[in-house]
Design a binder for this molecule. Sequence first.
Ligand SMILES: NC(=O)c1ccc[n+]([C@@H]2O[C@H](COP(=O)([O-])OP(=O)(O)OC[C@H]3O[C@@H](n4cnc5c(N)ncnc54)[C@H](OP(=O)(O)O)[C@@H]3O)[C@@H](O)[C@H]2O)c1
Length: 340
Amino acid sequence: MRRALALAALGLGETSPNPSVGAVILAASGEPVGEGRTAPAGGPHAEVVALARAGARARGGTAVVTLEPCDHTGRTGPCTQALLAAGIACVVVGVRDPDALAAGGLDTLRAAGVQVESGVLAAQAAHQLRYWLTAVRRGRPYLIWKYAATLDGRSAAADGTSRWITSAEARADVHELRATVDAIIAGAGTVRADDPALTVRVPDKVRRPLRVIVDSAGGTPAGARVRDGAAPTWIATGAEVGSDPTGRVDLGKLMTALYARGVRGALLEGGPTLAGAFLAAGLVDEVVGYLAAKLLGAGPAALGPAGVGTVAQALALELTDVARIGPDVRITAVPKEDRQ
Ligand SMILES: NC(=O)c1ccc[n+]([C@@H]2O[C@H](COP(=O)([O-])OP(=O)(O)OC[C@H]3O[C@@H](n4cnc5c(N)ncnc54)[C@H](OP(=O)(O)O)[C@@H]3O)[C@@H](O)[C@H]2O)c1
């Protein structure tokens, strides 16, 4: 399973709307004879790739898969049938498919006489698949709010300058994070202030997540970098998505629309007004803060109003990781009730 997870990790960010899954086939003797991971959408699933490599050596063997094999015919045939046709005797999975708990792939395999086991390295598998699992359960993308701030929580100085609060190492780390998602979201205010490119610049990786600008009235200037064609861009306006009672873009409807476009993981890059609105709407699944060992003492806060009026209403988070990135600190946390 560790090997299957390592294979799946290589495909994160390139398989949506499918999950990035890893699979290893062991011969009846226990010897590994084939492995694979999900190809980009429309291509074969991990099990099919691994079975093709194993060939006849799969007969009587074991398939180890990070996610329960699919049991339906989508753009490819059901993996359950491919496993049965190959004569697999035992299937071991990390996590079950939330879509298929009632009539899932494992039930089909068990009914056909295959020995099945689930929950192996389940926590690791669920963490690796969290964008897809959350998206399928909620019908909207898994959303990570990422920000950079000084130690006193400011995202810009009093004169509005904000480049570069954190180090080159932290910015490189952000590009790695961007490479895992299908969409990068920013507010019209950030585009007006910073004119960001919102592209992925990572050596040896070609990833072009959809750039989404939340822009109530479609005022993003024609010359804005996000319109440069370097990656697909969607200027999401109230007219297209739907407006909330204040006339701004309805964020719940925006998320539903992104899911319909195949987005499973999204990165919200601010600014503070939009981040506050997403948090107030309960649409943020993970927070990644890069903190620089600097103080500004004045300037806008990293987060704008988020519907919190008193300390008892604070949005409680649980830390999941703290890491030093060059001279900065990266803190990862999830809303307490969502801890998985
Ligand atoms: N340090 C960081 O991590 C970081 C990251 C990003 C930005 N920043 C800084 O943040 C500043 C810009 O932030 P900002 O707060 O002015 O802008 P913002 O959060 O990027 O954008 C806010 C704008 O988004 C539009 N919007 C549309 N629908 C919305 C909704 N439902 N809820 C909230 N906003 C909605 C509104 O503009 P319309 O009415 O025009 O549609 C709103 O004014 C810049 O100084 C930038 O440097 C810092």
